[in-house]
Design a protein around this ligand. Structure first.
Ligand code: DQA
Length: 164
């Protein structure tokens, strides 16, 4: 699934959102863990917030590790300022996706809908967290919006409380 969420010229910045395997089933899949919100709902909410902040946002979901890697390779030439990534199960297994994220040279925020630290032990290791600007885990769909809020503040150079 590849949705170009906004085609307006970049003003504040450009953000890539990557959703890993099985996240296309959000809303149907284990709702007690992942909630009732669909991926389309999440992308729509992100798009709305991005447009209000004059940010161009592109969202991409794949169930294929290679497709996610290829998207990151392409992103190298596409002037993105920031990456938001929920690698799904690849969080806990994929050196190759980690390498592709690092090769993109993008600052990134790692998002998980569920609290991975309160689940099975194998979910408590991430191949991404040590390189992330930050991680948001357990706050459901809102985690994506909080990540975008951080990016808006960072791109606005508005993170210093003294400037507020
Ligand atoms: C997830 C957590 C992962 O452990 C799991 O494999 C997922 C979703 C989350 O958003 O909570 O697919 O990344």
């Amino acid at each position: 699934m590849n949705t170009t969420a906004s085609s307006a010229p970049p003003r504040l910045g450009k953000v890539l959102v990557l959703h890993g395997p099985n996240l296309n089933l959000l809303g149907q899949r284990e709702p007690h863990l992942y909630g009732a919100t669909t991926l389309a709902d999440i992308d729509r909410a992100l798009t709305d917030r991005a447009e209000r902040a004059d940010i161009v946002l592109e969202s991409f979901q794949s169930n294929h590790e290679g497709a996610l890697i290829e998207r990151l390779h392409a992103a190298r030439g596409e002037d993105f300022d920031f990456l938001v990534i929920n690698p799904g199960g690849l969080t806990h297994s994929s050196v190759a996706l980690r390498d592709a994220v690092l090769a993109s040279d993008l600052s990134f925020i790692e998002v998980h809908l569920s609290n991975v630290h309160a689940r099975e032990p194998f979910r408590q290791h991430s191949y991404f967290s040590d390189k992330a600007v930050g991680t948001i885990t357990g706050l459901g769909a809102m985690g994506y919006l909080l990540a975008l809020d951080y990016i808006v503040a960072a791109l606005s150079d508005n993170l210093d409380p003294g400037k507020a």
